[in-house]
Write a protein that binds this ligand. Structure first.
Ligand SMILES: O=C(CO)[C@@H](O)[C@H](O)COP(=O)(O)O
Length: 222
């Protein structure tokens, strides 16, 4: 039920392949790749070349989060590089429906991302077109930030909207996820959790990943 997507933003880039293999062996469900352009967010990270390099390293789905302006221009390159999931920010897409169709046209699962302040009503009319919605629980741009707990009611409201409409859409949460913060998010209906620093900054990544997952699973069984 609970899926963990380690964010390689907090990994050691000098040995990225090994860092990905390590979390796969530790029980990760997806590999989360944060793409930043220095315009939409105040940081620059990686492009399709990194996705292409990691593709043969892991069997796990590559979950590519585009924090970039004009994502339409790069979706084909990321799809051809081996992305399995691609998410785009509502705030960066004036023609969101078209962008979602473009992602799907390459056989990739489309997702939409909302910044902490963006209301869920912004995606109400494309919710039936996506495979997942990623709710940011930090302001995008950097790893290691503090979880914004005022997003939790938004998770609950989105979960209700999905259920009421009978959609098959998963909720992914990104930012400040730990053994503690996963609890209210899982209870509110999220099933996929990105975790960067809470896994990669730990000596024992396997224990860290498993502890987060176990905590989320326990939360939904209560
Ligand atoms: O998209 C982002 C940041 O913009 C995230 O994916 C971070 O990489 C998550 O890192 P932690 O908050 O888990 O350290």
């Amino acid at each position: 039920m609970i899926k963990i997507a380690p964010s390689i933003l907090s990994a050691n880039f000098a040995k990225l392949g090994d860092e990905v293999k390590e979390v796969e062996e530790a029980g990760a469900d997806l590999i989360h790749i944060d793409v930043m352009d220095g315009h939409f967010v105040p940081n620059i990270t990686m492009g399709p070349i990194v996705v292409e390099a990691l593709r043969p390293v892991t069997k796990l789905p590559l979950d590519v989060h585009l924090m970039i302006e004009n994502p339409d221009q790069y979706i084909e390159a990321f799809a051809k590089a081996g992305a399995d999931w691609i998410s785009v920010h509502v705030e960066a897409c004036p023609h969101l429906h078209r962008t979602i169709q473009l992602i799907r046209s390459f056989g990739v699962k489309p997702g939409v991302v909302l910044n902490p302040h963006t209301p869920i009503e912004m995606i109400q009319h494309v919710l039936g077109e996506v495979d997942f919605v990623l709710l940011m629980t930090v302001n995008p741009g950097f790893g290691g930030q503090k979880f914004i707990d005022s997003v939790v009611p938004k998770i609950e409201a989105l979960s209700k909207m999905i259920k009421e409409n009978g959609y098959n859409v998963e909720i992914e949460i990104d930012g400040g996820i730990t053994e503690e913060t996963i609890i209210p998010c899982a209870k509110a209906g999220a099933t996929i959790f990105v975790a960067g620093s809470a896994i990669y900054n730990k000596e024992d990544r396997k224990s860290a990943l498993q502890a987060i997952k176990t905590s989320g699973e326990a939360a939904i069984q209560q």
